[in-house]
Design a protein around this ligand. Structure first.
Ligand code: BG6
Length: 489
């Protein structure tokens, strides 16, 4: 099957940081279909050779096994081409259409890795240039809008130009092997299903913590913030994967229908919930990886009086038979104590205690997403030593123990990365791991009251020192329910 993969933003940050390395890995693994072209598109004045040289130069900075050797790069470079284009000029789209028509590939992927402000113009112009044929697929990167209304407007324009089945909205968390494993755990094993409900689960916590700050993206982040950048998409997609009903099959719409039902069941915000169940924070100077780091307001591109949140913790509830009354806590932030993404499923305690147990110990399933990808099942066991035995009182004390599964160790580290998988899926036309417009809108609809509440809230985000787990209000929020975050338990 021949394909043309057109990368708009072909010299940009995403193309370099994520897409080119992923395409190279797919090429190296032999999973990229034969007979493909990767066509970088940008305004730069480059030809094919200069583009190849640019990409080669950037690969030279890559450390270790992911760096191609000269022979490998030469074979990969043969796939690379460049088309100079200004996305605001209709005649440039006609030129692109001509270049693609000469080849007449079986599949044409139009990947918009550009500033989101260009999505609607680009889609309109691509359609006007006749590039919306049944063989075309269009890929959209987030953010798709900055609120419900703008998201709807973008989706409406894109859908005028392309059919929903041609539109691949990326949420790269869905491509992560750890998230694939969450689906496998839930729907490939019957073991946990009877326990996966309100009768047995006390609460569920979803944490996506980053130790990095905003890096060079200060100007972008200023108008985005953690809620739009991480919660509206990645965290809510994880929530869907944990809470959804088993789909009727593994087809794209069966999965997306179930995710949509979760989003629709999210309990609506009340004024009380808005003030009690959402905490926003902003990092101040502190230390990360042993170095002093500046506060958010001192990052380049950031307003010295910025009220943009770099941390969010919130409590959600899903109003359906499976989950009514079970709190779902979501937490994400920049410059936190560690790079650590995980989901903790805390099970109910025993209904009647005949043993003593350490405070905070109990049954939980931890789904580690990154940096390690694995599962931990926490249990209580009799682990008394002879010395403990001598001090033993009337009641026996159990000790927390865990069963540990490390998927990197089990399956090796050469696993398919998120972007590699997603790019291969687009080329193959598999929509399972992409977000449908109704899901996306529903997620924005649920977030909208929070955005509006913050707009009218003079208090602004709460400060937290870089290198910590966020503002203490996030701990207070969960403590009010009698629970604690995983690292505090
Ligand atoms: C992106 C956000 O979607 O996800 C970034 O825009 C964030 O701000 C990144 O750093 C996190 O992705 P990952 O895969 O490194 O956890």
């Amino acid at each position: 099957m021949s394909f043309d993969l057109v990368l708009f933003g072909g010299t940009g940050d995403l193309a370099w940081r994520k897409l080119m390395p992923a395409l190279f890995q797919a090429f190296r693994h032999g999973s990229l279909p034969e007979g493909g072209r990767i066509i970088g598109v940008a305004r730069d004045d480059l030809g094919d050779d200069a583009y190849r040289a640019l990409i080669q130069e950037r690969f030279e900075g890559v450390e270790g096994a992911k760096r191609p050797n000269a022979e490998e790069f030469a074979r990969f470079a043969a796939l690379l081409h460049f088309v100079r284009m200004d996305l605001s000029k209709p005649e440039d789209y006609a030129r692109l259409a001509k270049a693609l028509a000469e080849r007449d590939a079986d599949t044409v992927v139009l990947y918009l890795a550009t500033a989101p402000g260009l999505f609607t113009t680009a889609c309109e112009q691509l359609a006007a240039a006749g590039l919306n044929t049944p063989r075309t697929r269009v890929v959209l990167e987030k953010p798709l809008g900055h609120d419900l209304e703008s998201n709807r407007a973008i989706n409406a324009t894109v859908r005028r130009a392309f059919d929903e089945r041609q539109i691949f909205r990326i949420d790269h968390y869905l491509g992560k092997p750890s998230v694939q494993n969450l689906f496998a755990l839930r729907f490939g094993n019957a073991l946990f299903e009877p326990l996966w409900r309100r009768e047995h689960i006390a609460n569920i916590q979803i944490t996506i913590a980053e130790d990095l700050g905003v890096e060079k993206r200060g100007a972008f982040y200023e108008t985005t913030g953690a809620l739009r950048d991480m919660v509206q998409n990645h965290a809510l997609q994880l929530l869907c994967a944990v809470a959804m009903e088993p789909p009727i099959d593994a087809g794209a719409d069966a999965i997306r229908d179930e995710k949509l039902k979760v989003l629709r069941s999210l309990k609506r915000w009340t004024p009380e919930a808005l003030s009690q169940h959402v905490v926003r924070g902003q990092y101040t100077a502190g230390s990360a990886a042993g170095h002093r780091v500046p506060g958010y307001r001192d990052e380049s591109g950031v307003d010295a009086r910025s009220t943009t949140e770099t941390f969010v913790a919130l409590r959600a509830e899903i109003a359906n038979w499976r989950w009514a009354g079970v709190p779902f806590y979501i937490r994400t932030g920049k410059r936190l104590a560690a790079r650590d993404a995980h989901i903790v499923v805390n099970f109910q305690p025993t209904p009647h205690a005949i043993f003593r147990t350490p405070v905070g110990a109990g049954n939980k399933l931890v789904i580690n997403l990154q940096p390690r990808d694995g599962l931990e099942l926490h249990l209580l066991a009799e682990g008394q030593t002879a010395r403990d035995e001598a001090r033993r009182g009337a009641a026996q004390t159990l000790a927390p123990v865990q069963l540990d599964l490390d998927f990197d160790k089990r399956f090796g580290s050469e696993r398919v990365g998120a972007y590699e998988r997603l790019l291969l899926d687009v080329i193959a036309g598999r929509l399972n791991l992409f977000v449908r417009s109704d899901e996306q809108e529903e997620a924005w609809r649920w977030m909208q009251p929070v955005l509006e509440h913050w707009r009218g809230d003079a208090q602004g985000p709460r400060p937290y020192a870089a290198g910590t787990w966020g503002p203490s209000a996030a701990s207070a929020m969960i403590a009010r329910d009698g629970f604690a975050w995983a690292e505090e338990a």
